[in-house]
Design a binder for this molecule. Structure first.
Ligand SMILES: NC(=O)C1=CN([C@@H]2O[C@H](COP(=O)(O)OP(=O)(O)OC[C@H]3O[C@@H](n4cnc5c(N)ncnc54)[C@H](OP(=O)(O)O)[C@@H]3O)[C@@H](O)[C@H]2O)C=CC1
Ligand SMILES: O=C(OP(=O)(O)O)[C@H](O)COP(=O)(O)O
Length: 355
């Protein structure tokens, strides 16, 4: 069993902790938090050993009636791998601690690519993580773009990608973010940072991106144009993309016209927190003009990086091949939604820990 600790139990950390628990080859050693808030309460209820991320605040937990398993250093010592899901910039600062205890760590997309041995997207560059000390699972948008480019690059070749990212202003729980009533070029500079971030995964791909922030919280939306090195038909592109477990082609028959219904659909299927781990590509949007491919895809920013963290754990430890790890992760989480409409119905929610 791979012993995995989660340092930073927030939007991403709590989802990754649940995903670790669903894996047959992983044991969650515990989670580290800075305060005994509602998320700490939920962790205790789930039976996750709780560690004090900031030792000086341990008394806050005791005062709140929460028994700590120790301090964050104890969690690091007890783990083979640490998933760091602390706020942007904190992960990089924590690396010294991980190195002190010679414990490999997985950082998140808010950290700098320069701070890690490699950036990571399972479908794109799984093998690069083997033996690394510090790996970065790239941000939700970069994950979504890299997952889409992978089969296109392999099958047709990508001459140039141009993407407009319509970015949600903040997550539902982030009440200090916006805009509330505006549409902002964000970043106003062109190209945005997303293209260079994709190049940390695919250095040779020519990609330009621009970003916009809107008053939404549920998901991001990408307007994608990829100039291919050949001229497939729409049917060929559709087949290629639908063969990817982490690309969900939203069928016309579903009547899903936006991110609101996508999330409602996810909740209706019983997905924990209404999470969508897959890129959600509108099937009707797939168009080919000569060798130019166009499509819309939505990215659930809180969720799509979760299976990537699980695969990064295995990739780091060299325990499984890319294909086997992704298959285990997808099966244990229930990744893959196509069959809900055109194939045999199957489970699309995580196994429980004792399955
Ligand atoms: N949310 C998103 O859409 C996405 C975020 N990411 C990236 O994931 C990372 C985490 O983001 P997200 O989960 O949204 O952030 P959150 O703020 O939701 O969660 C981070 C958690 O870390 C805890 N924390 C704060 N300081 C420390 C510390 N010093 N040590 C340990 N824990 C600490 C906080 O919990 P508490 O203080 O309660 O203990 C907080 O809940 C960032 O790099 C972000 O860029 C990547 C993809 C998508
Ligand atoms: O959208 C994201 O980052 P990105 O737009 O910089 O790729 C991630 O979801 C993190 O989002 P945030 O940095 O707006 O919280």
């Amino acid at each position: 069993m791979i012993r995995v600790g989660v340092n930073g139990y927030g939007t991403i950390g709590k989802r990754v902790a649940d995903a670790i628990r669903a894996q047959p080859d992983m044991k969650l050693t515990g989670v580290a938090k800075t305060r005994p808030n509602y998320e700490a309460e939920a962790a205790v209820r789930k039976g996750y050993p709780l560690y004090a991320a900031i030792p000086e605040r341990s008394d806050q937990f005791t005062d709140a009636g929460i028994d700590l398993a120790g301090e964050v250093e104890d969690l690091i010592i007890a783990s083979d791998v640490i998933v760091d899901a602390t706020p942007s910039g904190v992960g990089e600062a924590n690396c010294e601690l991980y190195e002190t205890y010679d414990t490999p760590a997985i950082l998140q997309g808010g950290e700098s690519a320069d701070a890690v041995d490699t950036s990571f997207v399972a479908r794109a560059n799984y093998d690069k993580a083997e033996g690394a000390d510090i790996v970065r699972v790239v941000s939700c948008n970069t994950t979504g773009l890299s997952r889409l480019l992978a089969p296109l690059q392999e099958e047709y070749g990508v001459e140039k990608a141009r993407v407009t990212l319509i970015r949600r202003g903040g997550d539902p729980g982030q009440v200090d973010r916006g805009p509330i009533n505006d549409i902002l070029p964000d970043p106003v500079t062109v190209p945005s940072h997303h293209g260079p971030d994709v190049k940390t995964i695919y250095p040779d791909v020519d990609i330009d991106t621009v970003g916009v922030k809107v008053p939404a919280t549920l998901m991001h939306l990408h307007s994608v144009n990829v100039t291919l090195a050949s001229q497939p038909t729409v049917a060929e592109v559709r087949q290629l993309l639908s063969d990817e477990s982490r690309l969900f082609l939203v069928p016309e028959v579903a009547g899903i016209d936006g991110t609101g219904k996508l999330k409602e659909f996810a909740m209706d299927t019983g997905r924990p927190r209404g999470d969508l781990w897959e890129n959600c590509i509108w099937d009707e949007s797939i168009a080919v003009e000569g060798n130019d491919l166009y499509l819309f895809q939505s990215i659930h920013q809180e969720a799509d990086v979760v299976p990537e963290n699980i695969d990064a754990i295995r990739a780091l430890t060299g325990r499984e091949t890319q294909e086997d790890s992704m298959a285990i992760t997808d099966d244990r989480l229930g990744v893959g939604l196509e069959s809900l409409f055109d194939g045999p119905r199957r489970r699309v929610v995580p196994h429980s820990a004792d399955d």
